[in-house]
Design a protein around this ligand. Sequence first.
Ligand SMILES: [Cu+2]
Length: 481
Amino acid sequence: MSSRRNFLSGLGASLGASIAGITAAATAASVSKVAMAALPEPVMQTSPDTMPPLVPNNGRPYNPVVTLNGWTLPWRMNNGIKEFHLVAEPVVREMAPGFKAHLWGYNGQSPGPTLEVVEGDRVRIFVTNKLPEHTSVHWHGQRLPNGMDGVSGLTQKSIPPGKTFVYEFVARRPGTFMYHPHADEMVQMAMGMMGSWVTHPKGKHPQIDEVDRDFVFLLNSYDIDPGAYTPKVMTMLDFNLWSWNSRVFPGIDPLVVRKNDKVRIRVGNLTMTNHPIHIHGHEFQVTGTDGGPVPRSARWPEVTTDIAVGQMRQIEFLADEEGDWSFHCHKAHHTMNAMGHEVPTMIGVDHTGVAKQINSLIPDYMVMGERGMADMIEMEMPVPDNTAPMMTGDGPFGSVEMGGMFSVVKVRKDQKPGDYKDPGWYKHPPGTVAHEWTGKVAEPVRARADTASSKGMPTEKKNQPEVEVQVRKPVGKMNHG
Ligand SMILES: [Cu+2]
C-alpha cells in the first residue's frame, strides 16, 4: 500500500493533502467526501495470468467477461458515475514463461486492463501519464462528445508526462470496443499500449444473446530481436512475435468451457496486418463488430473469420463437442515465435560431406531444415537468454510445434458448474485417436514420364529432367504481412 502512496505522491502537488484519504476502489462504500473529490487510487496488476471475471458489486448487473491473460479494472462509484484510473507507464510483460519484454502499457501490464461498463453508464476515466513522452487515449468505436475522442492535436492537447487528464462520457452503445493512444501512435502501439472495452447491454437485447462464457483479447505484434527486451518501434510489417494480449503460445492460457456452454469470443486487431482466426471442431457465427451487433438475418456459419487491421469481431458458438480444439490465426508464420527471416529453404538438399567440411572449421556447425523444420524443436537449439522458443508447447502426444497466435479451446462435460480451472489434456475415448496402420500398404501406381504421352498426358512431360531442379528465391528482407 505504501508503495502506491509513494507512487501517487510522485504525481506532484496537485493532489496535495487528499492523498492520505485515497482508498482502494474495492472499498468504495467507505470513502470519505474528501477522497471522492480526488481521483481513485490506481489499481495495479503484477501477474500475466488470466484473472477470474470481475463480478460487479454495484451498478447494473451483467455477466462479466474473461480477459485472456488479463484482467478487468475495478472502478469506484462516485455519485452514480463509474470512475476508473488508468496509468500509462513502462511495464515488464512476461510474454511466455522465460521470456520478458520491456513494453509500455497501463496499470502494470500490456495490454492494459479491460474496462467493463453497462449501456447507459456515465463513465469517468482518469488517465495519468507516467511515460517519458506525451500520450492520449482514443476510445475506439464509442459514441461520445467529440472532445472526448482522444485524438492529440485534433480534439485535445496531449497529456504531458507526469500529468493526469480526465475523460467523461455516457457508454451509449452496447458492444465490443478497445482503447489505445492517438499520440505518437506508431511508437506507442508498437510498445504495447492498448486495452479492451466491453459495454454490456442494460437488459435483454434483441440482437445480443446471453452466453455462459465470454472471452476478450486483442491481437498484437512485436519485433524483438532474440535475446533483446525492447521492441523495435520502426518496424512496419516485419514483426517476429505474433501475440494475443501480449502473450505468445505456449504462454497463452487455454479457453476452458463446459460442454454445451454458449461461448462468445471478442477479438480486436491492433497489429499492422489481417489475421484469419480459425477454430477446430465447431462452427461459429460473427455476431458483432466494433460497429455493433450483426442483425441475425445477416449471420452465416464460419470456421475462420478474417479480422482486418483496426477491426473487432465477436464470434459465438455452442461448445457441443468435447476435446482440446485448436484455436489460432491461420497464417502459418503467425503461429511461430521469434525467428530469423533469412533462413533459406533446405528441404530436399543433401548436405552430406558439406557439414563435415564446415565442421572442421566451425565445430558446432549443423545443417538445419533438411527434412523440414520439426527436428529443430526437439533438438533444443541453443538460443540467447530471454528468447521465446520458435514453436513449441508440449502436448500429450509430443511437441505441438506451435507458437505465437495459438491456443486451445478445452471443452469438457465433467467440469463443475462455475469451475473453469485448466482440466489438463483431453482423455480421448478408446478407438477415437488417429493411429498407425500396421497392415499391408500397397505401393501407389504412378505414371512414368516416358510413357506419359501414351496415357494421354502432355508430351512436354517427356523432356522433364529426372531430378527436380530447385530454384531458390533471392534471400533478403521479405514482408511477412
Ligand atoms: Cu495472424
